[in-house]
Ligand binder design. Structure first.
Ligand code: ADP
Ligand code: MG
Length: 231
């Protein structure tokens, strides 16, 4: 029997996203072929404008490919209804952004529970899970605070908890350390690595920082929208 970790969780073939701006076209990514097994920690490197966010948005089901095939966690993202895509975004993937994207009027606990509520769970159901995540992330003293009362590192850890509340198989992080100092950036990378190692989640980090380099089990690069191999 194949070990669990050899299952393909991301499979892309000729994946292309072209943005149309009036009469002109801008290539986001072009002809990307990718096979990622479950349980990998993927680090995606590339300069600004190389297509990292475009690729992550496609993997997260936030955007649809222009051409090519894309299957993520057994979901064919070329051929999904809007309703299935909404389910996919909420339950199958967890996304972390550079700018945290917390809702300013909700406290830490409410921000974390929001995706669970949107997925139809009650507060009573999601609260114990949220509390366990807060404890793991060292935020248990912060649950009643608003985002504006947190440091950048605390905001990103809150966003990690929010990404995990629905138990996604895949965590996608788009420049998760981009707004953090190097110490807090390293804490966030260490947490994502722990998530990968101990909790067996597939973690996909797009970054142009070097903080995650030595944690990667797979390193890939993008240049002008095309995949490049990395040493
Ligand atoms: N919504 C959009 N409309 C038009 N062009 C876009 C859009 N998003 C990204 N692009 C273009 O696609 C290319 C890749 O961008 P992006 O994926 O954001 O790269 P990165 O995340 O590596 O900085 C860039 O040329 C960028 O200008
Ligand atoms: Mg980007």
């Amino acid at each position: 029997m194949k070990p669990e970790s050899s299952r393909s969780v991301i499979s892309a073939k000729g994946l292309t996203r072209v943005y149309k701006l009036g009469d002109s076209e801008v290539i986001g990514i072009s002809q990307v072929d990718l096979e990622i097994a479950a349980g990998e920690l993927v680090v995606l490197k590339g300069n600004s404008g190389s297509g990292k966010s475009t690729l992550l948005s496609l993997l997260a089901g936030l955007d649809r490919p222009t051409r090519g095939d894309l299957t993520v966690a057994n979901h064919d993202l070329n051929d999904t209804s809007d309703a299935d895509l909404t389910h996919f975004r909420r339950q199958v993937v967890g996304m972390i952004f550079q700018s945290f994207n917390l809702l300013p009027t909700l406290n830490v606990l409410e921000n974390i529970c929001l995706p669970a509520l949107l997925a139809g769970k009650s507060v009573a159901e999601s609260r114990p899970k949220a509390m366990a995540l807060l404890e793991w992330l060292g935020l248990d003293a912060r649950l009643n605070h608003l985002p504006a009362q947190l440091s950048g590192g605390e905001m990103q850890r809150t966003a990690i908890a929010r990404a995990l509340i629905n138990d996604p198989a895949i965590i996608l992080a788009d420049e998760p350390t981009g707004n953090l100092d190097s110490r807090n950036g390293q804490i966030v990378i260490d947490l994502l690595a722990e998530l990968n190692r101990k909790w067996d989640r597939t973690v996909f980090i797009a970054t142009h920082s070097t903080l995650a380099d030595d944690r990667a089990s797979v390193k890939i690069g993008l240049k002008d929208g095309m995949l490049t191999s990395l040493p």
